[in-house]
Design a protein around this ligand. Structure first.
Ligand code: ADP
Ligand code: MG
Ligand code: ZN
Length: 619
């Protein structure tokens, strides 16, 4: 039904209700007669009953029924004004044998009696409630269906209309390559089905806000030219329990009917948070919605042609069940771009803006480490606004420079400004980790070194294991500690001073050293014993609750041992870095310039610069 029709019906209903209440008023529906007429009626003995209201100075009564022409008896009701002192009237009525009733209440007070109010409330509240729902519905995109709370709010986007393609995305080449496979599948599912290949049902994009996740999803739909259902996680979360779940069901019903297609759940964290972690009530709804999502994702076949894409910037709060195989089992990290990537993003957003000849986009890109794609779009737009304000015909370099400052200071960007000096320190710190990892055996290869701030970290060195290892030797553990200490050691070596940027490294290295002594029995001094009861299973990460079951003497021995391990590893890291000092300096220059080095680039640079040396002796 059309919401408009329902609104009209509601108005008519309300009107009828008011009319009804009005007619229940005393005096309503009675013929008004004058006092002399009343006296005449009483004298003629025609009045059956009289109700006198002294306060309101009115009297109401019924005439005796008379046979009408059709033979039907009609009761005639009347009302009249009476004098202030009705004693004369009462006397007359009594004399003529008319029963008289005296009442005090005013007409309106009976109207506002408790009963009537309750009645009105019972009718009005639901009416207003529906009114509210319907007007919301009408605002929400003028959908022609009312009462469809359970319908998904997903908007189907026609790919031809948006026309966003991968060429609108810059600085995310690796990600785009990975997503091309998804596009390929959507374009020609049979190609994969024929070979029995399974395309993942769910792909999740993880990355900081503004890095282009939503943009990528739109680009996929544009490239594949298939229907694209867009819904934001928060659309599922409603005030009524069960609504979100119904919406999920409906969304997947629609999607399955239109396969091949893409369902994009943006801001997945709104529904996908850990279940059962909320405080107080009100989480049932989200939980049900999430459960329904899991059920739906399990419910369709991998090759049914529906691919669920989702995005979040809070992977840490996602329910682990979402990341289990068969659901969002492909995870793609969408990071903020490096200098080259930022240059390309700027180019995209400056494409349709006339640039003055002095503009050097590469310089601006270099000035904006840590900027997200959205920030860079703001820079481009802000620069154009500035140029327009000055009535220029072109966007000049000065406009762009000023725009960068504005975006940096702007409310949307909360991340910190990093000075040149700090960038240098961060580069040396990260390379410290990377080079120690490269030089020492038994450590995971360096996958990526970056000085682009990410989350709380100012830079990061990503090491990925070649293969899963479950048993680590003493030497491997020591080397890992050396790698953790490598960052700080490099700062000491190069700058002769130390910064606060290594706190997390120390936490992890100390933890590891303590584990070696107290859990793995790897200390010669203390022997193969474990000390303290631990309740967590793995050694990295998890904070451990410790139950002390050893003496003070042992405790101080443990501390000594931990300290010895750390000192030795520190020395080892220092040795490595001193030997590779030339490589460190040269690669740091490259890293400051390029901001990220991947494994191949890093290893190639290392080979180029490192001096031949014999493998370092284990501690
Ligand atoms: P997210 O969903 O990751 O928070 P969006 O995709 O909404 O970020 O990005 C907001 C806008 O910023 C995009 O519409 C686009 O104009 C711009 N943008 C972000 N990343 C890029 C990129 N890699 N290339 C080009 N433009 C980008
Ligand atoms: Mg988004
Ligand atoms: Zn570090």
């Amino acid at each position: 039904m059309n919401p408009r029709v329902i609104q009209v019906l509601l108005i008519v209903g309300l009107g009828l209700l008011l009319l009804w209440v009005f007619f229940r008023l005393p005096g309503a529906g009675r013929t008004k007669i004058d006092y002399t007429q009343l006296v005449t009626y009483i004298q003629q003995g025609e009045v059956q009953k009289l109700v006198i209201n002294k306060d309101a100075e009115t009297a109401q009564g019924d005439l005796k029924p008379v046979a009408s022409s059709e033979g039907v008896k009609l009761a005639r009701r009347f009302q009249t004004d009476i004098p202030k002192d009705p004693s004369e009237l009462i006397a007359l009525a009594t004399e003529k044998g008319v029963p008289v009733e005296l009442t005090r209440a005013s007409a309106w007070s009976s109207f506002f009696s408790l009963n009537s109010l309750l009645l009105m409330g019972m009718i009005l509240i639901p009416v207003l409630f529906f009114w509210f729902l319907i007007s919301r519905q009408m605002q929400g995109g003028g959908s022609s269906q009312a009462f469809n709370f359970g319908k998904s709010r997903a908007r189907m986007v026609n790919p031809e209309k948006t026309r966003i393609t991968f060429s609108d995305v810059a600085g995310l080449d690796e990600v785009v390559d990975e997503l091309r496979e998804v596009v390929d599948f959507l374009k020609d599912p049979t190609k994969y089905q024929r070979l029995g290949a399974e395309i993942p049902k769910g792909v999740i994009l993880l990355g900081p806000p503004g890095s282009g996740k939503t943009l990528l999803a739109k680009a996929i739909a544009g490239e594949a030219n298939v229907p694209f259902f867009y819904i934001s996680g928060s659309d599922f979360v409603e005030m009524f329990v069960g609504v979100g779940a119904a919406r999920v069901r409906d969304l997947f019903d629609q999607a399955k009917r239109r396969a091949p297609c893409l369902v994009f759940v943006d801001e997945l964290d709104a529904v996908g948070r850990h279940r059962g972690t909320g405080i107080g009530g009100g989480h049932d709804e989200r939980e049900q919605t999430l459960n329904q999502l899991l059920v739906e994702m399990d419910g369709f076949e991998p090759n049914s042609g529906v691919i669920v894409l989702s995005a979040t910037n809070r992977p840490d709060v996602l329910d682990p069940a979402l990341l289990r195989p068969g659901r969002f089992d492909r995870r793609i990290v969408v990071d903020n771009a490096d200098a080259k990537g930022r240059e390309n993003i700027l180019k995209i957003h400056l494409k349709n803006k006339p640039l003055a000849s002095d503009v050097d986009i590469a310089v601006i890109a270099r000035r904006t480490p840590g900027f997200s794609g959205a920030d860079l779009r703001n820079v481009a737009n802000e620069a154009a606004l500035l140029a327009a304000r000055k009535n220029h015909n072109h966007v000049s370099m000065a406009d762009l420079e000023e725009a960068v400052d504005r975006v940096l200071a702007g409310p949307e960007r909360r991340s910190k400004v990093i000075t040149e000096k700090e960038r240098k320190i961060i580069a040396y710190h990260e390379l410290g980790h990377a080079i120690v990892a490269y030089q020492l055996p038994g450590t995971d290869p360096v996958h990526k070194v970056s000085i682009i701030p990410r989350g709380l970290a100012l830079g990061y060195t990503l090491q990925l294991p070649e293969e899963d290892t479950f048993l680590l030797s003493r030497e491997q553990l020591l080397n890992r500690i050396s790698v953790l200490l490598g960052g700080r050691t490099s700062e000491e070596l190069v700058f002769g001073q130390i910064t606060t940027g290594a706190a997390n490294d120390f936490e992890r290295s100390t933890e590891l050293a303590r584990e070696m002594v107290t859990r793995f029995g790897m200390s010669d001094e203390l022997g193969p014993l474990t000390f303290g009861k631990k309740d967590a299973s793995m050694f990295l990460g998890k904070a451990l609750m410790e139950d002390r079951n050893y003496s003070e003497m042992i405790a101080s021995k443990i501390d000594q041992e931990v300290k010895r391990i750390i000192t030795e590893c520190h020395q080892q890291a220092r040795d490595v870095l001193e030997r590779s000092r030339e490589a460190l300096d040269r690669i740091a220059t490259v890293l400051i310039d390029r901001e990220t080095l991947d494994r191949a680039e890093f290893e190639q640079l290392m080979k180029q610069y490192e001096r031949q040396e014999e493998a370092p002796a284990p501690v």
